[in-house]
Design a protein around this ligand. Sequence first.
Ligand code: DQA
Length: 160
Amino acid sequence: MAKSRTSAGPSILLLNGPNLNLLGTREPPLYGRDTLAAIEKRLAATAKASGVRLECLQTNHEGVAVDRVQQAKRDGVGFIVLNPAAFTYSSIALRDALTAVQIPFVEVHLSNIHAREPWRAHSHFTAVAVGSILGLRSRGYDLALDFAIARLKSKGSGGA
Ligand code: DQA
């Protein structure tokens, strides 16, 4: 008999790290003017239209992010869209959680981290991500979600 989480259909986790709760007012030339609430609403509508569940979490706390990734495994989450924000440079714990659960993820940054301070260019996540989207402001989330949906839908058929 199928587990209930399986019958609920595929799901995607949108995980945002520290200070991304401030989107909308946080350095708009770098990060744009969309609020996180608006981004999450837009992505939830896209996911719903595709028959996929989207779960969203923004946290300023590393341990909360690690716990959420571990929970994602137990919940049967099929894909993660991650903006690690400042954890990009500091969180071996979050990277280890992602490699431990083996849930594929796309790394998103609103700004182009290669066009900023040199220390922002090296991400702990890029080498273990399926791919990265940089510098497209909030559109990067939409592109990552589209990829995640296609990937979940083609799972087992050798697609995306
Ligand atoms: C960011 C880029 C990081 O360098 C920064 O620490 C952030 C946001 C981005 O989305 O462009 O908090 O991840």
